[in-house]
Design a protein around this ligand. Structure first.
Ligand SMILES: [Zn+2]
Ligand SMILES: [Zn+2]
Length: 262
């Protein structure tokens, strides 16, 4: 399984950042698996793919985590579906809010029920995150499995719901991508929807302690706020001490081989 991060930023990055500081900015979080499975479909998808040198022409599957507009842009989804027929998977309540689009099939998911894909399987689990009115729905994380390769995608969310934890602790992963939105910011009301560095570090320790990471498995930090984080290199050096890899736009991981970040 090849995982390519197209965007690694949270919702506070702006057009001005992308236009004026392309080397230090982050596009909105989304990723491409094996060139044909897209995780989230926000408004910077096409620009992020161009910057990463990624070809989206083979994308036939979209795994949508939730309907916040940094993860879901109907115009971008429609443009993608116009190029190539797409099947979009998302939690059932979210799926009711996806408009009819040419070339798009929507497949509602029930939490914790695995669904087969062409070359593997996907399971949605409920995230500790929320989208408010007018489109209340249940954000999800994903477990993606292809042969022996297993990926956990955990953006967006704060720590884990206890029901999700009970499900996940039975699993073992090659890569776990976790929400690392807030750096060392002081206590914020939005802490209940996203992690800071302390939360994420604690989660990684628990996951390792519970044997949820396979030998050589990695924890990756993604969905990074502009306001609350240091520059990438400083943050990477700090998180390396915790055995946590900081995602950056364009980064590729071959799963399950280790030492393949580039
Ligand atoms: Zn987000
Ligand atoms: Zn969100």
């Amino acid at each position: 399984m090849d995982l390519r991060f197209l965007g690694t930023g949270a919702a506070d990055w702006t057009q001005q950042d992308w236009d004026e500081r392309p080397d230090t900015s982050r596009f909105l979080t989304c990723a491409l698996v094996d060139d044909h499975i897209l995780i989230d479909c926000g408004p910077t998808l096409f620009r992020a793919a161009r910057a990463a040198g990624a070809d989206l022409s083979r994308v036939d599957t979209v795994l949508l985590t939730h309907l916040h507009d940094d993860h879901y842009d109907p115009a971008t989804l429609a443009a993608l579906a116009a190029n190539h027929p797409l099947t979009l998977y998302t939690e059932a309540e979210s799926s009711a809010h996806i408009p009819v689009m040419q070339g798009l099939s929507v497949c509602p998911l029930q939490p914790e029920l695995e669904v087969p894909l062409a070359d593997g399987a996907v399971t949605a689990v409920l995230a500790n995150h929320r989208v408010g009115a007018p489109a209340p729905n249940r954000p999800v994380h994903y477990l993606l499995r292809q042969g022996d390769a297993t990926l956990f995608w955990g953006c967006d969310g704060h720590r884990l719901l206890c029901t999700t934890w009970a499900f996940l602790r039975r699993c073992r992963f090659d890569v776990m991508v976790l929400d690392g939105t807030f750096g060392d910011a002081p206590a914020l009301p939005t802490y209940f929807e996203h992690n800071n560095i302390a939360h994420l570090t604690e989660m990684a320790q628990i996951f390792r302690g519970e044997g949820m990471l396979k030998p050589g498995g990695r924890v990756v930090m993604c969905h990074l706020s502009k306001e609350y984080h240091q520059d990438h290199d400083t943050l990477s050096a700090r998180m390396a001490a915790e055995q946590i890899l900081v995602a950056r736009d364009g980064m590729c991981l071959t799963i399950p081989e280790r030492g393949t970040a580039k």
